[in-house]
Ligand binder design. Structure first.
Ligand code: SF4
Length: 331
């Protein structure tokens, strides 16, 4: 069923800094806008970025080389979000600041147009969703991701999107047109269908079933779409029953691929996550300390043993292929 199941990827070597975004420069002239109505409680920090396309240092782990992130911070507020530390880099907190104070690069569309000018740009694939969610709630107000997608569509430039939000469906016709002109992939991150786990771990996100519905809708329109089954949280969302439920739902949604990825916890995020764990799952604190002691990723033996368990795969799903994906899908 899944011809394109992808191998989990690691993140440790990727710099999440953006070209030209030195914190002091970024916040010079920053305009603070208080959210109203559906955005109440959020503060938008509107900045003019100096560059929008970031070139990622080459590693074996990441198949993408160029990224665009129109926002920093994300009100989806996932407790495990690896991008939290990028707020620290900006001089903001990695907890509530990350969830509530959203940096908005208001000139993202103009920069994309300028930087993909055919005379200066070779049409490299661009990954969106490598740092914060391009269809997070702020996108409903600013429509920057839509503007970037419009430019890339005009240019017939390949790109990928990774999101937790069915807001991507707002742009479904545009994405369908883009997919006719270039290689385009939209991936949704669905780590659990357990309502209790979802509410506790991703409090600002739309229900994961809405994301799977979005996969189906996009597939109907001819947009290649799949799922990152991520992150799987040990002892919380990684039981065979839970993972099997998600994989079956991916298959039923017609996903082109489904890639299980286990939780990784890098320094900074690890402390934030552990504090949350103590409040919600105190019985698991000791086990997590053992699992992630002095490391960000689960030990290889633990990962391979769990990933090789056939009970974790739905009937018809192939074993994860040990090949490098072509475009980045990490969130
Ligand atoms: S949706 Fe992605 S970027 Fe946003 S908080 Fe969750 S993991 Fe982080």
């Amino acid at each position: 069923m899944f011809d394109n199941i992808r191998r989990p990827m690691a993140a440790s070597n990727l710099r999440w800094t953006l070209a030209g975004d030195k914190p002091a420069e970024l916040f010079e002239g920053c305009r603070r806008v208080a959210g109203k109505g559906q955005y109440r409680g959020l503060t938008f920090l509107e900045v003019e970025a100096k560059s929008i396309i970031n070139r990622v240092p080459y590693t074996n782990f990441f198949p993408f080389e160029y990224t665009i992130n129109c926002y920093r911070g994300c009100s989806h507020a996932c407790v495990y979000c690896f991008a939290r530390t990028s707020h620290d880099y900006l001089g903001l907190g990695i907890g509530e600041d990350f969830d509530r104070r959203i940096v908005v690069k208001v000139n993202a569309v103009e920069l994309t147009r300028a930087q993909t000018e055919p005379r200066n740009w070779a049409g490299h694939p661009i990954a969106m969703g490598t740092n914060t969610d391009p269809y997070q709630p702020a996108e409903g107000k600013y429509r920057l991701t839509r503007g970037v997608v419009e430019v890339l569509t005009e240019r017939a430039n390949p790109f990928s999107v990774l999101t937790k939000s069915p807001l991507a469906l707002r742009d479904r016709n545009l994405l369908a047109e883009a997919a006719k002109r270039a290689e385009v992939t939209v991936s949704f991150s669905v780590g659990t269908l357990d309502t209790d786990v979802w509410r506790k771990t991703e409090p600002g996100t739309p229900h994961p079933r809405k994301r799977l519905e979005a996969v189906s809708r996009l597939k109907e329109l001819g947009v290649p779409s799949g799922v990152l089954v991520a992150p799987l949280l040990p002892g919380i969302s990684d039981s065979p029953r839970q993972v099997g439920e998600v994989m079956r739902a991916c298959r039923d949604a017609g996903a082109d691929f489904a890639a299980p990825i286990r939780l990784h916890l890098r320094p900074g995020v690890k402390e934030h996550f552990m504090e949350w764990l103590e409040g919600e799952f105190p019985d698991l604190v000791g086990a997590y300390r053992d699992l992630y002691r002095n490391r960000s990723y689960l030990p290889r033996r633990t990962r391979s043993r769990r990933n090789s368990n056939p009970a974790r795969r739905p009937a018809g799903a192939k074993t994860p292929a040990p090949k490098k994906p072509r475009q980045g899908r990490l969130l």
